[in-house]
Ligand binder design. Sequence first.
Ligand code: ADP
Ligand code: SF4
Length: 674
Amino acid sequence: MPRDPCYDILFEQVRIGPVTAPNRFYQTPHATGFGWQRPQSGAALRGVKAEGGWGVVCTEYCSIHPTSDDSPFAFLTLWDDDDIAPLALTAEAIHAHGSLAGIELWHGGAHASNRMTRLPGIAPDVQPALYHLPTTARAMDKADLRAFRGWQRDAALRAKRAGFDIIYVYAGHDYLPFQFLSRRTNHRGDAYGGSLENRARLLREMIEDTKEAVGDTCAVAVRLAVDELHGPEGITSVGEGREVIEMLADLPDLWDVNVAGALGNDSRSARFSSEGFQEENVAFVKGLTSKPVVSVGRFTSPDRMVSQIKRGVQDFIGAARPSIADPFLPAKIRDGREDEIRECIGCNICRAANNEGVGLRCTQNPTMGEEWRRGWHPERIAVYPKRETALVIGGGPAGLEAALTLGRRGLEVTLAEAGDTFGGRLLREATLPGLATWMRVRDWRLTMLAKLPNVQLFPASRMGVADVAEFGADHVVVATGSRWRRDGVGVYAIRPGTFPDALTPDDVVAGMALSGPVVIYDDEHYFMAGALAERLAQQGLQVTYVTTAAVVSCWTVLTNEQDFLQARLIRAGVRIVTLRSLNSQHKGKVMLSCVYTGREEALPCGTLVLATGRLPDDTLWHDLAAQGVRATRIGDCLAPSSIADAVHSAHRYARLLGEPDVPPRRERAPERSL
Ligand code: ADP
Ligand code: SF4
């Protein structure tokens, strides 16, 4: 289909210093979990983005010197000439599709723990390391500053030799140049401290040095946090953030601006931000510079993108997560298929991957991170060689993904769902505060399924063993999901208990009557108990949240949501009890134990809600097996987990059907000095 002319503006070329972007789609730097150890995986991932139409594709953070070592997290390195060839793979993969390749040169300063290199960290002042105690970064003296400028210059020259078109000076997310910029972290008395002009000196020098080194052929971009969200004592978009832009207005070739402080501010999940959420902080930048500006905001709506450009908020549509959820987002708009955009749901599972030190994964896009090791492509899939039928039972995330992928491969697919509506767990979870966007997991799949004449959907169709046997499909896929446990078994408590009066999260969402005080017991540690507490507090109930962990929803530290969540519950008046396990339930109270000492205490309780482990709903699969009907379990029915894992499990099954079961390729880390 031809594209809607109202989107033409998104496909205009934009000049960035000496280079020209083919369109306005700009994949801003984002972590992949691959880093210097897995250059081929990183290159393949970025290549798919370029193929999908992102006019600019950037790398993740790339360290300029061993004093900036973020191990055990995955980061790139340009420390010596041996780093050039592996990074050239990425530049080549991006250029193969006519896009510009950007590289985010990085020094973490007091943020870098240097666990692997074991070099002392450096910072504007003596400063306890910002993440990895008990290290202390030492204050940089004149010689250090001179050396530092040389590292940036050398890394820029190497980046140019590797083929990159846009070279970053990275003064965001609390990293070294930003530590110089902010009064909060710079208390120096020399020419690099004191006035804003002095605190911005290093940033100015870095831009000038980088331009002098590579500016003849490469654009020099500055990534700047224009507001660190610490109020007037820090950089703010109405204060010093604005003044820095005024001061350096046309010095770089491009401004990549955001809100920061910690990374979590910039990539807030949908629970804590909506599309375009940074606009109020970054919109002023364009008025102060003649150079192009890019920013992010989880943009997935083409109309909102057009509005950003037309209203002069930015020149590009910056995106990290939307490009992860749909690497082909630009191509779909270009080809008039914007209804096919697989919208990011803002769950931040992708952030967790890097925080865990593993390859990137995405709830919406099961091929993300699998481009090299499994050879998966988000838009292409091998046609199944035979005319065969498949019956998929269960229409949650796994069943929908399996039906879609099998359908794309050309099988005759029937999807049977017991309920009146498709969506499975999403029908419950997306009703919780801030999680409405999660329904996109279902909606995108239903949209795509509607386009496949070889897939038939049957709601209100509970399947039993006899129905399955009678149907006689060549392939039977059981995606019947899971249910919350009622016996208290969770992460901490591994011995089943008896809690006959307790409710599960599903009971609460289904609207079962609750009497206060409500105790929500979290021995799962992901989002459920925290989200329920928030919802019940909103309804005016007296809520106590009890967890075996030290903080609320502790796994969400990895999705960069935890501190926001805990603050929200505190503000909502939820009482928080940590490091306690549940022993027993009695009339009007529950008994808890300290996880360290075992000391028991009573807690008033009208209704107990158990957010603990989940059990697979696999009765049908066992019954089929007993009758000799061959069937494959996928998703939560196989192993209850995140939605991302359910979707991946389904995709893997459907993509590998009929294919040799070979293990994914393993990338051997290149020999390096680290
Ligand atoms: P997953 O995350 O693995 O997709 P869900 O729990 O979200 O799991 O979805 C499982 C779906 O399977 C639910 O919508 C449920 O109604 C459906 N289901 C369970 N048993 C049957 C059955 N016997 N026949 C058809 N659908 C079923
Ligand atoms: Fe978006 Fe979630 Fe995918 Fe990240 S994991 S890109 S937040 S859908």
